[in-house]
Write a protein that binds this ligand. Structure first.
Ligand code: HGY
Ligand code: MN
Ligand code: MN
Length: 432
């Protein structure tokens, strides 16, 4: 046994996928590259990332590719009322609950080529590998491409998985975004708002849920560890904030007479940073979206619409921080003589991965010669919706320099294939 193989067996050195790996690494790569064409900027390249926001034409094109590849793997893709795409592979005992695994293929604007895509396409690769090995698992297998995980559209993420888990917010189906109703957007992707309740499944409908995903942080890359085993996923609170001032002439309105909505929004942006960094911990706060109205160089901004997003493993902490942010927003509105609307946009509870499934991922990784590390997820995932219905676990692979939600998002091809191989081994064991 070579030294490298010995070290790999000990889990010290990642063993690049041997040529005999059942995962077809080159097909996974070429499909990730092909999917990246859906939402690529005109004249761009793979390195320019994607804009494949849910319900967009690019999203629809990406979903069509996923369904084509599911069919090629012998599945018969079905779209539920929430637009989720499911593909089921029979097991030897059809009475058993399936092992469910997958991810999403919608992206943020100017996003990366791996967030969600790796987990969704690797799920198809797992089916292809089992077909090639003529393995029939005892449990049925079900793979999924979730609708609107990112929640850029309608400012509320994990839409498809929340619909399945019965976690849609009251009135959520009446939302309108960029002039399109949630109902019409769903119709575009084959969903049906009128039957949205039919997407809901009962708790325990699956035996276990697994999701392979890029870490989107820098821990694994920095420590040169090929596989991450997620311990838990953060809680995420999003607020919609509006400051209403008074639009007026930029040249003739004295500074003292202004009701400048952007001044108020700017002060709140700095305040959020101060409040979130004002105590120890790994909590984060982001002002990611801001709309200035009328957004003209020679007009004092009359209105600003913005989002405040807070995240931490502790839902209690971000609830408390959200209260502090709202208090500061009211003080700023009074000081700038602007009117404030401060609304809770969405709350996604934190979720713990199942310890037994974490061990299963570690054992699968060790068998393949991959070192592992347990870590929390600062990113939200559909797995946190599935955690409300049963046991879930996530497999991470390194993000180079921890960059994500950016065209610079990058996971090495070898790490993509490693992740898919661990997903295959984990699913095979869980379904046996
Ligand atoms: O925003 C997130 O954490 C995830 O990438 N949707
Ligand atoms: Mn994601
Ligand atoms: Mn994302």
């Amino acid at each position: 046994m070579t030294r490298r193989l010995l070290l790999a067996t000990l889990g010290a050195v990642p063993l690049a996928l041997s040529a005999t790996s059942p995962i077809d690494a080159s097909r996974l790569r070429s499909r990730l590259e092909e999917l990246s064409l859906c939402g690529r900027v005109a004249g761009g390249s793979f390195a320019d990332g994607v804009s494949r926001v849910a319900f967009s034409d690019a999203d629809i094109a990406g979903r069509a590719l996923v369904m084509r590849w599911m069919r090629k793997a012998g599945l018969d893709p079905k779209i539920d009322a929430a637009g989720n795409i499911f593909g089921r592979r029979a097991g030897s005992d059809s009475k058993l609950e399936p092992v469910l695994f997958g991810s999403h293929t919608d992206s943020v604007p100017n996003g990366g080529n791996f967030d969600g895509d790796l987990g969704t396409l690797s799920a198809i690769e797992v089916i292809e590998a089992l077909n090639a090995q003529r393995i029939v698992t005892r449990r049925p297998l079900e793979i999924v491409d979730w609708t609107n995980e990112e929640g850029v559209a309608y400012n509320n993420g994990l839409f498809g998985s929340r619909a399945v888990a019965g976690l849609l917010d009251p009135g959520e189906m009446d939302a309108v975004w960029q002039g399109v109703s949630q109902k019409d957007a769903l119709k575009k992707i084959g969903g049906d708002a009128g039957r949205i309740d039919s997407a809901k499944r009962s708790a325990g409908w699956f035996h276990a849920y697994f999701e392979l995903h890029i870490e989107q942080g820098g821990n694994l890359d920095r420590e040169k560890i090929p596989i991450g085993v997620v311990e838990g996923i953060v809680a995420i609170d999003r607020y919609e904030v509006e400051f209403r001032g008074f639009a007026n002439h930029a040249g003739t309105t004295p500074m003292a007479d202004r009701q400048d909505a952007l001044l108020a929004a700017s002060e709140l942006t700095i305040a959020v940073n101060e409040i979130v960094r004002g105590e120890p911990g790994r909590q984060v706060g982001t002002i990611g979206h801001m709309e200035v109205i009328p957004n003209a160089p020679n007009v004092v901004p009359g209105m600003v619409k913005m989002t405040v997003e807070l995240r931490d493993l502790s839902a209690e902490k971000i609830l408390r921080l959200g209260g502090a942010v709202e208090t500061r927003a009211r003080e700023i509105a009074a000081k700038t003589r602007t009117a404030l609307e401060f609304r809770k946009g969405s709350h996604h509870g934190s979720a713990l991965a199942d310890p037994k499934l974490q061990t299963l991922i570690e054992d699968s990784s060790a068998k393949l010669g991959f070192a592992t590390k347990r870590l929390p997820s600062g990113a939200g995932h559909d797995a946190q919706s599935m955690a409300r219905m049963g046991q879930m676990a996530m497999i991470f692979v390194p993000s180079v320099n921890g960059i994500s939600h950016s065209p610079k998002e990058l996971t090495r091809w070898e790490d993509c294939a490693n992740g898919a191989a661990v997903l295959l081994e984990t699913v095979r064991r869980a379904a046996s």
